[in-house]
Design a protein around this ligand. Structure first.
Ligand SMILES: Nc1ncnc2c1ncn2[C@@H]1O[C@H](COP(=O)(O)OP(=O)(O)OP(=O)(O)O)[C@@H](O)[C@H]1O
Ligand SMILES: [Mg+2]
Length: 268
């Protein structure tokens, strides 16, 4: 038995391990002591109201934000260690944002090969082979030579996912990947993410898509006010929330019209 098997609870055995994470912007403390971890192959969805610190948490995982306190470990490497080579760590993490940030002057294929060639030093044939395989994985084989402006928002987001996959990351972070999309385009992107989950990708996903969280997540984390209020299986957190704050949030997300009516009714 290896040491890693003997101690599955240690930070090193997790894909992501966060201990005592705090983050302030000036006077404003946005993360107020976060402890949580994501196991390899696990899909964790983070839900919570606007401003609760979900994006900041994700950004602290790959050090786009520098934590004010606490320890963050990614795939066994402590990223909060001052001596860490963060570029090396970031190569192992795929990140997909709400906005796709594709290069407008490059084709879909070129958007997928540029970082492979510059960062991973792959030669053109290998980078293109990997790029085409990933375009196929997201259902866009026929769009290799299209420029982003000629693609729908959902197609652009799928190119962005394929671009992240082309770097062959060990885990993927998603920050509301479908919230900028027209409703009819959301399904295709979620289908791609569902496929990744089925293939065993480790995923940390901030989302308001409760049906996705229910079907795909192994675990759901509810954040409010910079803390984790509760976490558990989707059945527990979405199906039978223990805390009033979670119930209020879910009522709003699952049935915005009804929540509005009750707010109006509550007004004296
Ligand atoms: N760079 C920054 N400088 C100052 N304040 C910031 C910065 N980034 C985030 N904040 C503040 O931190 C708080 C949490 O922001 P964050 O983006 O993490 O929330 P969120 O849960 O992702 O919200 P949303 O659902 O709207 O995306 C907010 O009050 C926000 O204004
Ligand atoms: Mg956010």
């Amino acid at each position: 038995m290896t040491t890693e098997q003997a101690a599955p609870e240690t930070a090193a055995a997790q894909a992501i391990d966060v201990q005592g994470l705090r983050k302030s912007f000036g006077e404003l403390e946005v993360l107020r002591g976060i402890d949580f971890s994501v196991a390899r192959g696990e899909v964790v969805c983070v839900i919570g109201p606007s401003g609760s610190g979900k994006s900041t948490l994700l950004r602290c995982v790959n050090l786009l934000e520098e934590p004010s306190a606490g320890r963050v470990t990614v795939a066994g490497t402590e990223v909060t260690d001052p001596d860490v080579d963060i570029d090396l760590v970031r190569r192992r993490i795929g990140m997909v944002f709400q906005s796709f940030n594709l290069f407008p002057h490059l084709t879909a294929l070129e958007n997928l090969t540029i970082a492979q060639r510059r960062v991973l030093r792959r030669d053109r044939p290998e980078a293109e082979r990997i790029a085409r395989a990933n375009l196929e994985r997201v259902g866009l084989s026929d769009k290799a030579s299209a420029y982003p402006a000629k693609l729908s928002g959902g197609q652009q987001q799928r190119v962005a996912i394929a671009r992240a996959l082309s770097m062959e990351p060990e885990l993927m972070l998603f920050d509301e990947p479908t919230s900028a999309l027209d409703p009819e385009l959301v399904g295709d992107v979620l289908a791609v993410m569902r496929g990744l989950a089925q293939d065993g990708m480790t995923m940390l996903v901030v989302t308001h898509e409760m049906s996705f969280a229910r079907e795909v997540a192994d675990r759901v984390v509810f954040m409010d006010g910079g803390v984790i209020v509760e976490e558990g299986t989707p059945e527990q957190v979405v199906g039978a929330p223990q805390h009033e704050r979670t119930r209020t949030f879910l009522a709003r997300v699952l049935d915005p019209a009804a929540a509005e009516v009750s707010e109006v009714a509550d007004t004296p």
